[in-house]
Design a protein around this ligand. Structure first.
Ligand code: PHE
Length: 360
């Protein structure tokens, strides 16, 4: 058949020249597509004599196959070079150091809470918790603060809203962690040794007061607990927490409705050049309230005061953090200022452990 060699040469050359997928596709349509040149020639087979057809048929078929395989090979080689080109341009240097990522810090309050927990855990105390929204039984009555008691005013309590016509006494945001004492004894009875760290709320705001702050309550109840045990425990705690051996504490007679006798505790310190140092000088700084749990409180919590007695104390965690880490303004604790957090925050791996605050 005429022209087969020419067709072959022409289309194989076009396939070789095609620079991308769409060029190949146009060559394919022109050659072996429905109306392509080779296809049209195949249609002519019908008009031939059987002898002619026997020669031309296989030739045309071979041509069609040849062009098709050339197209496939060209496609594959184009894909290969595209891949090579990508590999050349999109390489990645896996040995490059990673970009620095922003790291958060542990808030001083979280750090100090963990330190306090670690020290008391070492002394055999476990952690107890209670709700921040309390009812007035746990926050006041059970702690020997009846409704007419002046201490209710002193606390600057936040009261929750009650619906109109609902005459139950309002819930309050707990003003101290002492209600956890009651909840714990009610549930677990005596003896017990717990600390209860957490948020408390009072309507007050200045350099040393914020409406939300943190306390840690301590409670130890057993059959032979005295004020001497309280004194030793608090001294031991302060030595470990402030990391000084010669801590001196002064127990100053005071009054709390829920303890009898009651004592406020001052720690000996010096203020030299605006810097506070614990364990030296002759200034005194109040750090906590404490006392022997009032028999009425034990009774309210279901513990028999003729059998059991014990001590309780409550201290401000924020205050402890300010003293230990020299932070002058309490309000900054809750401003979420990143510069402040980076300056006073702790690295995440700086985790306190049993020895964290006891570097002796
Ligand atoms: N709850 C007291 C306060 O918030 C602190 C305290 C706790 C005092 C336990 C004595 C015993 O001021």
């Amino acid at each position: 058949m005429d022209g087969i060699q020419e067709l072959k040469a022409k289309y194989l050359a076009e396939v070789a020249d095609a620079g991308d997928e769409s060029a190949i596709e146009s060559v394919r349509l022109a050659a072996v597509g429905k109306k392509g040149e080779v296809s049209l020639k195949m249609r002519e087979l019908g008009k031939m004599t059987p002898e002619e057809r026997q020669v031309a048929g296989p030739q045309l078929n071979a041509l069609k196959n040849e062009i098709n395989s050339a197209i496939m090979a060209r496609k594959a080689s184009l894909a290969d070079s595209a891949l090579e080109e990508r590999l050349r341009s999109e390489w990645l240097d896996v040995s490059q150091p990673a970009r620095p990522s922003q790291q958060g810090t542990i808030h001083p309050i979280s750090q100090v809470t963990e330190e306090v927990i670690a020290i008391f855990a070492d002394l055999g105390y476990s952690v107890a918790e209670g709700p921040q929204i309390e009812n007035d039984f746990y926050n006041f009555d059970a702690l020997n603060i009846p409704p007419e008691h002046p201490a209710r005013q002193e606390f600057d309590t936040f009261y929750m809203h009650r619906d109109e016509g609902d005459d139950r006494p309002p819930h309050v945001l707990r003003t101290h962690t002492s209600p956890v004492q009651i909840r714990h004894m009610e549930k677990h009875g005596a003896p017990c040794r717990i600390i209860a760290p957490g948020r408390v709320y009072r309507s007050d705001y200045d350099q040393t007061h914020t409406p939300m702050f943190h306390q840690v309550e301590g409670l130890a109840i057993d059959k032979d607990i005295s004020m001497a045990n309280l004194k030793w425990t608090l001294e031991e705690f302060c030595r470990a927490f402030f990391e000084v051996d010669n801590v001196e504490l002064k127990f100053r007679a005071s009054h709390f409705p829920f303890t009898e006798p009651s004592a406020e505790v001052d720690i000996k310190c010096s203020w030299a050049g605006g810097q506070l140092k614990i364990g030296e000088g002759d200034d005194w700084m109040e750090i906590l309230g404490s006392g022997m749990v009032h028999p009425k409180v034990l009774t309210a919590a279901g513990v028999d005061p003729s059998e059991y007695q014990g001590f309780a104390f409550g201290m401000g965690i924020d205050r402890l953090a300010m003293l230990k880490y020299g932070i002058p303004d309490l309000r900054a604790f809750f401003d979420s200022d990143l510069r402040w957090l980076r300056h006073y925050g702790f690295a995440s791996l700086d985790m306190p452990n049993m020895h964290g605050g006891i570097s002796r």
